[in-house]
Design a protein around this ligand. Sequence first.
Ligand code: SAH
Ligand code: DHB
Ligand code: MG
Length: 231
Amino acid sequence: MTDNHADITKLQQDEEKREHIVSTITRMFAPEDDALRQAIASAKEADMPAIQISPLQGKMLQLLAAACNAHKILEIGSLAGYSGIWLARALPAGGRLIALEISPKHAEVVRNSFARAGVADRTEVRVGKALDLLPQLQSEAPFDLVFIDADKPPYPQYLAWALKLTRPGSIIVADNCIRGGRALAPDDQDEGTRGVYQYNTDVINNPRLVSLALAMDDEYMDGFTISVVQA
Ligand code: SAH
Ligand code: DHB
Ligand code: MG
């Protein structure tokens, strides 16, 4: 047996170990219930892409909501309501999640997902282009947590709105901020990836924000950038 072969065997064992660790943490800390599984199933039935966050990311959103005592949460981009269920379930009695979604079809699926999850009373889905809906939210600010997960080219504009709509101590989270490393370097071919790179640069350079990109999805190839708003 060559050393090369031994190296490959070791890599495969490490890979299996990492997968085992992620699935075990998921089972222990972030198990899905029927409503979460149904949200994914209904997306599939409606021919929508399976691009929702992972269970561990859902639990991370709940942890962050708890950390900033979130009563008001804003989500930009809802798909089938999977991340929205995790967020809405982190709210205390009287709390509110506003979800912005451009597709009327997706919005309908989201409302059904929220109803099945028992969070219809504390959630509201607004249909439209996020950049058109965000200015109307100023009278409902401040939001304690903003989760950005819609189209990628306007991520820097979503950040600017998130900063307007939050308070010191609020948390701003954006999905897909690593993209296999492509969103950590300038001049990518993809406009969306360039938007996310600009987002990362903007949070890093903003003295009001403490930020970190956290590889925790897609076998550590993708993940959130998390920012806390300071005074
Ligand atoms: N947050 C979801 C996944 C969102 S996928 C989850 O993890 O469960 C991205 C969603 O953003 C899609 O439903 C898409 O229709 C929506 N979207 C895309 N462009 C948008 C825009 N300009 N304004 C609002 N929503 C948008
Ligand atoms: C895509 C969008 C997402 O928000 C995501 O988490 C994964 C993929 C996409 O548009 O391909
Ligand atoms: Mg995403």
